[in-house]
Design a binder for this molecule. Structure first.
Ligand code: FA5
Length: 372
């Protein structure tokens, strides 16, 4: 191995010549100063401060110098690289600052601009009325029960004491559900919420105090007072010592809460296979309070001058229904009611035509406010 070349002059090594080092440094500093944004500065950093930059390559030459020359050359190149590093750092800070200020201006959000240009939706009044009706009974201690809309014929009819030839089972009233082969599936679109009575009795411990709001289906034509898809609120109480007087009290409380205090109610004898005795529930017309009856001078559109408005059906639960649900009618008795929710909405808010409720015109819902 030969001895180090002691006559080696670093000044003669071109990249280490003071003028050359100064030139590389000045070139780097002016490139840094000229960088207009952070991307350009990144390019400059690569060109003048990376491992392949002229100053880095010059630095490598120092290793081959004789020891005596290393310190001087190292100081020169190291000083130049330090100047470049500091200049890069300073320029980086300036450019980042400029970028932040630009972003603040370009991405400015004017919080004073109107934010609700899209009209707010409104819940359908049927939903809010159904909830209000339900709440009245929940306030009295009732629980909310549910059942399926596609219901077994047994729950919809048989368990409720509908004879196999009952007219309500025929195609005029009921949407029957076909099986995959197009035959009888034993399922129907429930024609009322009364099947929930049987489900509640089978699923719950006695006593039972439940209300069941829900969708029901009948093959009725859509007209001003009927729709094929409508809603009912079912009520059921089964306990010891229950009488019609309790039913009357619950209905009066409901009418008072939804239509106004002090309105009278009456039961008109009727027939449902699942209640005995059965009745239609009427309430006093809350518009004319009966003053239009026999008074052609002041007719009432709400009750057609009859003084009374029908709001649903009710009755004492037929012992056959209790037996079908495994309840001993000797020990327990009960009553049930079914109120039409569309009818309640019509009367409570003066909606004249049921078709308005189903056509989905947002202006109809909006008229009731955006109650949520
Ligand atoms: C029934 O559906 C019985 N399940 C009610 C019942 C329950 C009686 C518990 C006894 C005990 P009805 O078919 O009368 O009864 O219907 C009850 C209410 O539903 C009607 O008063 C009416 O408000 C509403 N309703 C019936 N058919 C339609 C229809 N096509 N469109 C809108 N509302 C209807």
């Amino acid at each position: 191995m030969s001895a180090p070349n002691s006559s080696y002059d670093p000044v003669e090594v071109t990249p280490l010549h003071p003028d050359e080092v100064a030139r590389m440094r000045d070139e780097a500093l002016s490139a840094i100063e000229a960088a207009g944004d952070l991307d350009e500065l990144k390019e400059v950093r690569l060109a003048h401060a990376s491992d392949r930059s002229p100053l880095a390559l010059a630095n490598r030459e120092i290793g081959a110098l004789p020891p005596a020359a290393k310190a001087d050359a190292g100081k020169r190149v190291g000083g130049a690289r330090r100047d470049v590093g500091q200049a890069l750092k300073a320029r980086q800070a300036v450019l980042e600052n400029e970028r932040d200020e630009r972003v603040l201006v370009e991405e400015r959000v004017d919080v004073t601009l109107p934010w609700d240009r899209t009209p707010r939706g409104a819940r359908h009044p049927l939903t809010t009325v159904a909830e209000r009706m339900t709440d009245v009974f929940v306030g009295m201690g009732f629980e909310v029960a549910e059942g399926p809309e596609v219901e077994a014929e047994w729950f919809n009819f048989d368990a409720l004491n509908f004879e196999p030839d009952h007219p309500a089972r025929t195609m005029q009233d009921t949407f029957f559900v076909e099986n995959d082969e197009g035959g009888d599936s034993g399922m129907v679109m429930r024609t009322h919420t009364s099947p929930v009575q049987v489900r509640a009795l089978l699923e719950r411990e006695l006593p039972v105090y439940v209300v069941a709001p829900g969708k029901t289906f009948r093959t009725d034509e859509l007209d001003a007072t009927h729709t094929p898809v409508f809603h009912q609120l079912e009520g059921l109480v089964v306990d010891r010592g229950i009488t019609l007087a309790h039913l009357r009290g619950a209905i009066d409380a409901f009418v008072g809460a939804v239509f106004g205090e002090g309105l009278r109610t009456r039961f008109r004898a009727s027939y449902f296979p699942f209640t005995e005795p059965s009745a239609e529930v009427d309430m006093e017309c809350f518009v004319c309070r009966g003053s239009s009856v026999g008074n052609p001078e002041a007719p009432c559109r709400t009750c057609a001058s009859e003084g009374w408005i029908e709001i649903g059906g009710c009755g004492v639960v037929n012992p056959r229904v209790l037996r079908a649900a495994g309840v001993d009618p000797e020990e327990y008795s009960g009553w049930a009611f079914g109120l039409g929710i569309e009818r309640t909405l019509m009367f409570a808010h003066g909606v004249r035509d049921m078709r308005d409720m189903v056509e989905g015109d947002i202006r109809f819902s909006s008229a009731f406010g955006s109650e949520i």
